[in-house]
Design a protein around this ligand. Structure first.
Ligand code: ZN
Length: 134
């Protein structure tokens, strides 16, 4: 079962200029900012209703997000769909011939399980699946 759009991730060159639009002009609150040295990215979380916008600013050029910014420039990076059961969702996608980037869900520190669908199978959109810890 699909629960909601958990977040939309946007790659930015600079958090302050991105916040000048999303926070100052649009008026969205910033719930928190976080340095994620593991993934070489600084993140600002801006809640929008039941969902969040995540602004991702790479802190180096060699990480996945850093390379993405160098190659494609700023813009929307991925959309994250939160599901009740990521295993069941991935089985369903496999039955529909959908190609995944992660064939097995990965696990974040706080227990969130996630996997990315290949954009080839999703009309050019990088889709992340999330199953939050129970
Ligand atoms: Zn994400």
């Amino acid at each position: 079962m699909i629960k909601r759009i958990n977040h939309i991730a946007i790659v930015v060159e600079d958090l302050d200029s991105a916040l000048a639009f999303w926070r100052d002009a649009m008026g969205l609150p910033v719930a928190k900012t976080e340095e994620n040295p593991g993934e070489n990215v600084d993140i600002a979380f801006l809640p929008v209703g039941e969902s969040e916008i995540e602004l991702l600013k790479p802190t180096d050029t060699e990480s996945g997000i850093g390379k993405y910014l160098a190659k494609k420039g700023q813009g929307m990076h991925h959309m994250c769909i939160e599901v009740e059961d990521i295993d069941a969702t991935m089985q369903r996608l496999a039955a529909h011939g959908v190609q995944m980037i992660n064939d097995v869900p990965r696990v974040r520190e706080e227990g969130t399980r996630y996997a990315f669908v290949h954009p080839k199978s999703a009309g050019g959109v990088l889709v992340e699946l999330y199953e939050l810890p129970k």
